[in-house]
Design a protein around this ligand. Structure first.
Ligand SMILES: Cc1cc2nc3c(=O)[nH]c(=O)nc-3n(C[C@H](O)[C@H](O)[C@H](O)COP(=O)(O)OP(=O)(O)OC[C@H]3O[C@@H](n4cnc5c(N)ncnc54)[C@H](O)[C@@H]3O)c2cc1C
Ligand SMILES: NC(=O)C1=CN([C@@H]2O[C@H](COP(=O)(O)OP(=O)(O)OC[C@H]3O[C@@H](n4cnc5c(N)ncnc54)[C@H](OP(=O)(O)O)[C@@H]3O)[C@@H](O)[C@H]2O)C=CC1
Length: 500
């Protein structure tokens, strides 16, 4: 029911954002209301579509992600109208969206899925790069092609993937924690993974899904190539497979890890030289690394006192939800992590405005074994469920919380190992009242379960363990497992037989 003439266009449903959350939401709405126009307003020139969706178990899912022209989405769902323009303003009290191209859209119900952006250690420094979308990934690739040494800061998903993939460039990896991969692993799992990182060469990657990369970065002479400032959709599974992550050196992989430190200061070359000349106390170049005569474009001073020169720095230090623009003039409740707070029906604090994916903060009382993480899988689940809630609300129907929010479940790949994390896999929020059971075969598998009061609360499965479905069931049904003791992880016992 789009409006005619020069005034605002009208649609019953509008969705902002062409990433996984927004596209999934628009698709679900389009399927539920085939005779209504669904506006999908997005700043990105391409949309992200989920393909080859596979439900691996009750809560684990796998899918490929494809960057597609919006026309393909409109072909699949003729009632979706993709508007390729950034939102300039939201007037929630008027149920109106104003876009950068000067148009206005009136909605009955709106879902905000504008994602997040990298939370950089410093803003506005051309030597500090974040990786979020196709554009920033390509800018990173171009810079890497000229680099001999880079510093990677952060200890989460992106850093884990980068340090493993980069070739022909020395990587100094600076982490706050004692062990690698704090967002996914404990120290035991980190120790299991380290030999893969320090190995000179890498194995052939296990099954890979490709995402197509199409948008070019913009070159600026003398400085790292900058990504253009258009807000693209986030990358996802196997984003690096399509890129050539190689520096200028002949060696394969060289990673040096600096633990328990943060970045204290970043010095540009000129400033570094001046400081060396004027200060008696200022360190003369890198300590604990091979001394070299090279002058680096930029120097990173760490809180442990060490200084490393490098070509550029990757800040893989998490994300901040893209909310500023929507907060202007709208009194949204915002979570501690900066996201728009949503209740168990994905509804924000403002009437008829929903939110899903990286932009939102789940503010409902979660199941004891679910928590929010800004992941592709949760973006899809939230987008789908938000559409269900919008539809139910529009039709005056009630709806139960979706089953996906019963158990946190994520399947991914690090260091060429299959990794499955379930429930409170790192005993998040369980305090000291829990115990861990471990099974580990070096180079083959690492299995950790988190137990509380005889019940399984979480698990980390690295390698081809084949345990995910059984453990998923055990966490979901909260059966008392005290009687099984250590047999729970005994490889000689077929655990599934126990529970069939
Ligand atoms: C390098 C990298 C690797 C990752 N790997 C994985 C992984 O292996 N597994 C996993 O589960 N997750 C992974 N993630 C996380 C995952 O990609 C995100 O959680 C997910 O894609 C978020 O989807 P979204 O739709 O909420 O947001 P986004 O994908 O960020 O989409 C936001 C959309 O909103 C649009 N937008 C923003 N502002 C405006 C505006 N003002 N007006 C109009 N449109 C706007 C953008 O153009 C974009 O289309 C990775 C993330 C990164 C950066
Ligand atoms: N395979 C997968 O599933 C992947 C998922 N992703 C997702 O993409 C998103 C972005 O990834 P990423 O940027 O790695 O974010 P993550 O949230 O995964 O990790 C951020 C890391 O940076 C650390 N950190 C935060 N601030 C600082 C700081 N000032 N100095 C030093 N370290 C800091 C965090 O420590 P602390 O936790 O202590 O704050 C954490 O180790 C995340 O949602 C991530 O889950 C990305 C790649 C792969």
């Amino acid at each position: 029911m789009s409006g005619a003439g020069g005034g605002a266009a009208r649609g019953r449903f509008a969705v902002v954002g062409g990433g996984i959350a927004g596209v999934t939401c628009a698709e679900k709405l389009a399927a539920e209301f085939p005779s209504e126009d669904i506006f999908l307003i997005t700043a990105s020139p391409v949309i992200k579509a989920v393909t080859n969706f596979k439900q691996v178990s009750k809560t684990l899912e796998e899918f490929d992600v494809e960057e597609q022209p919006s026309s393909l989405l409109e072909k699949r769902y003729p009632n979706i109208r993709v508007i390729q323009s950034g939102v300039k303003q939201l007037k929630s009290d008027e149920h109106k969206i104003c876009t950068e191209d000067g148009k206005e859209y009136i909605y009955e119900k709106l879902c905000l899925c504008a994602g997040a952006k990298p939370k950089l250690i410093v803003e506005g420094n051309p030597y500090v790069l974040g990786i979020r979308d196709t554009d920033s990934a390509q800018a990173f690739q171009k810079n890497l092609a000229q680099a001999e040494r880079i510093v990677v800061v952060g200890n989460g998903g992106i850093a884990l993937e980068l340090v493993y993939e980069i070739q022909g460039c020395e990587v100094i990896w600076a982490i706050k924690d004692k062990a690698i991969g704090n967002t996914f692993f404990d120290a035991g799992a980190a120790e299991f993974l380290i030999p893969k990182l320090t190995a000179e060469s890498r194995e052939t990657p296990i099954k890979c899904k490709r995402t197509k990369y199409t948008v070019e970065g913009i070159e600026e002479k003398g400085r790292p190539t900058a990504a253009c400032d258009k807000l693209g959709s986030a990358l996802g599974p196997d984003w690096h497979e399509g890129l050539h992550l190689k520096g200028t050196k002949e060696f394969s992989h060289k990673v040096h890890i600096e633990i328990l430190c943060e970045v204290k200061k970043i010095h540009l070359q000129q400033e570094f030289i001046q400081l060396q000349q004027t200060s008696l106390t200022f360190p003369k170049g890198e300590k604990d690394v091979e001394p070299d005569e090279v002058l680096w474009p930029v120097y990173v001073e760490l809180t442990n006192g060490k200084i490393y020169g490098c070509n550029f720095i990757v800040s893989a230090t998490g994300v901040v939800p893209n909310v500023e623009l929507f907060l202007d003039g709208n009194n949204f409740a915002v979570g501690e992590d900066g996201g728009l707070k949503v209740d168990k029906h994905m509804h924000t604090s403002l009437p008829d405005v929903y939110a899903a994916g990286d932009i939102c903060t789940a503010a409902w009382e979660p199941s004891p074994v679910w928590h929010q993480m800004r992941l592709w899988t949760q973006a899809r689940q939230m987008g789908w469920y938000a559409a269900k809630c919008m539809a139910a609300d529009a039709l005056g129907e009630s709806i139960d919380t979706d089953f996906s929010f019963e158990l946190f479940a994520h399947i991914t790949k690090f260091f060429n190992y299959k990794v499955v994390v379930l429930g409170k896999y790192n005993a998040q929020g369980l305090g000291s009242d829990h115990e861990l059971m471990l099974r580990c075969t070096k180079g083959h598998e690492y299995v950790k379960v988190v137990m509380q009061n005889g019940r399984m609360m979480g698990a980390v499965l690295i390698g081809e363990t084949d345990l995910e479905e059984t453990f998923e069931n055990l966490i979901l049904n909260q059966m008392d497992l005290s009687a099984y003791g250590e047999d729970l992880l005994n490889p000689d016992i077929d655990i599934e037989d126990y529970f069939d």
